[in-house]
Design a protein around this ligand. Structure first.
Ligand SMILES: CC[C@H](O)CC(=O)C(=O)O
Ligand SMILES: [Mn+2]
Length: 337
């Protein structure tokens, strides 16, 4: 690998990690984690509801703290790292974005389904107008062939995004799938490239390394993998491998290990791990954040949550369609009876 430029670490423990605890971080936990993640050397700390700005709702689950408290707490406790937010157009609006910038957020990732980049135009332009580091985030990237994904990435680049992400929301990409997508971006975009992985098929670290090999310069990680499904690329694991490979970055391995072990793992109510359900997410290509919803619906209606996920995959469910889950569980229960 020939990366000479420092790889930017975008920590998502306080955003994707929200999914794993149904968005229940307290301001005290956000303050402590921000301080520790900042001290460990991460470059960007993303902090919002798991579904981004405006996500706290009956549809996605209410967060414990207000959006303002989440963002301002992160901003007040980050000394070196920039604080970032996620914005899914339609869930969050430009009004939310204006607030986030006023509260001190410096990075925004405008996230769309991988074939819907056109809905990001006004949000990307608004973010640029606010002077934010503006990133395009193509969710469920496994659902678009590399050439189609590139066309969508080009749209985000044309709107002004300076970094574009391949996002493996379902943890469904194989290493070759990742390589083809990132390599095509590298050949055809002038924007920087990022990769966001989930570990449902146990490939998050491997896919992140492949992305780095192909020229990605930003990488998403979370401590102990704290994130949706089987979690994200675990910071401490990726750092250990990058150190062995001599890849440049600024995260301290022991600090990352200690925060993961002593602070983040004790917060997990349900272990963030590869189990039958999270493996099914990766295997069938279903949104990682559907895990807890499917598990709950399975219990409520007496059906195997794997069957719920398989049905959602057949239906082509995308992020934001959490409301389908109860209906699917009900139908399966009826068919079973
Ligand atoms: C629902 C938003 C989602 O969690 C964004 C993300 O991290 C992903 O698509 O993986
Ligand atoms: Mn994610």
């Amino acid at each position: 690998m020939t990366n000479e430029k420092k790889i930017i670490f975008n920590d998502v423990t306080l955003r994707d990690g929200m999914h794993a605890i149904s968005h229940q971080y307290t301001v005290e936990q956000i303050a402590e984690l921000t301080r520790l993640i900042d001290e460990s050397g991460a470059d960007i700390i993303e902090a919002t509801h798991g579904d981004g700005l405006g996500g706290s709702s009956i549809q996605y689950g209410f967060s414990k703290e207000t959006e303002k408290d989440i963002i301002t707490t992160a901003v007040e406790n980050a000394t070196n790292a920039k604080v970032g937010v996620l914005l899914i157009p339609g869930i969050g609006t430009i009004h939310h974005l204006n607030n986030a910038a006023e509260w001190g957020a410096q990075v925004v990732r405008v996230a769309t389904h991988c074939t819907e980049a056109d809905v990001s135009e006004q949000h990307i332009k608004a973010a640029l107008g606010l002077g934010l580091d503006t990133v395009g985030f193509l969710m469920m990237s496994h659902r678009a062939e590399p050439e189609i994904l590139l066309e969508e990435a080009k749209k985000m680049e044309s709107y002004g995004a300076s970094t574009i992400y391949v996002v493996d929301s379902a943890g469904a990409l194989t290493m070759d799938d990742t390589r083809r997508r990132v390599a095509l971006f590298k050949e055809n975009l002038s924007a920087d490239i990022g990769f966001h992985g989930h570990n449902n098929l146990s490939l998050a670290v491997a896919n992140s390394l492949v992305a780095l090999e192909e020229g990605a310069s930003r990488i998403d990680t979370s401590l102990a993998g704290m994130g949706a499904g089987a979690g994200n690329t675990a910071t401490e694991q990726l750092v250990a491998v990058m150190n062995k490979l001599g890849l440049p970055h600024s995260v301290d391995l022991y600090q990352a290990m200690d925060i993961a072990e002593n602070v983040v793992k004790p917060l997990m109510k349900r272990p963030v791990q590869i189990d039958n359900l999270s493996l099914t997410l990766g295997y069938t290509g279903v949104y990682s954040s559907f895990l807890l919803f499917a598990e709950r619906a399975g219990k409520e209606f007496g059906v195997d949550p794997r069957d719920i996920l398989i049905k959602l995959s057949e239906m082509g469910a995308v992020g934001g369609q959490e409301d389908w889950i109860t209906g699917v569980a009900q139908e399966l229960a009826k068919a079973q009876a």
